[in-house]
Design a protein around this ligand. Sequence first.
Ligand code: AVI
Length: 329
Amino acid sequence: TITDTVQTKQSTEESFLETFKNDVQKGLSESPKTLSSKYFYDKIGDALFVEIMNLPEYYLTRSEHDIFKNKTQELIEGFGIDPNSYFELIELGAGDGMKTKELLKVLEAQKYNFDYVPIDFSSNALTLLEANLALELPNVSVRTQQGDYFEVLASLKENRKPKVILFLGSNIGNMSDAMAAEFVYNLGANLQVGDKLLIGVDLIKAKEIVLPAYNDSKGVTANFNLNLLERINHDLGGDFNRNNFQHLPEYDEDEGIARSAIVSTIKQKVTIKALAQSFEFEAGEKIHTEISRKYNDVLMAQIIAKTDFSIETKILDSKNYFADYILTR
Ligand code: AVI
């Protein structure tokens, strides 16, 4: 019933807020202070991330789009799917589907027999994507799935259809290597032997290229990072004054990790009503917010070795900035 739906939505929001509250409490009590980048993505954060993807400095999206547009046949061969039998093309965190549309177009033209199954936590994103695909690729069969990736995959496992999973955009790079291995292992636990997983990753490269992607000249990335403070103000009754904080991006080329922090520019105290607690900041003190790992073959092999997948092939964009690894379960 509608009442059930409304109540489920309310309790989902309540439990989300409860987790957010606990994570903020824990993160700001640690030394060094931390806040998770997963909380960047409220309505404003989503919009800022779309803006980031269109920035001249943010090469990641364009590079992977280049692969999907110009190496489509290699992708399809990498999937090793039988042109005559049905499969499910599942995308984790579908977004606007710009890159995937390039693949869908070719699969359709070559008469592959498949359903496109985008999974997203945001039902809003799925509704927009579905409407757009109905216009642009009306012959592709789309079955949107709202919810948690693992819950949806677990429910799809029962149909025993061959599957190709897409996890694009170097989203895996926002996890530590240990978390990434656990994440990929858990994907495998929800798949069958022979299923494919495509993981898109940004590659380790010079600081002159990577750092500007996280420190754009228009300051959109700074807004994206600092919006987390506004979110705490809005959702948890904080009194952060964002003028007293600054975005601080770093990139260590040897390690291959871009890190973002928020720095307190003065000595100050911030109170969060929902926690009934205040937090002291020294001038120059950092809150760590995000890692964006960059990869190479060795790092990828180390992560995949901890899972039930093996690396099938790797497809690069024309500048060798970005790689789509295709794995077999
Ligand atoms: C979503 N994720 C892969 C982005 C990245 O590049 O790490 C998030 C982002 N953070 C700052 N700019 C973009």
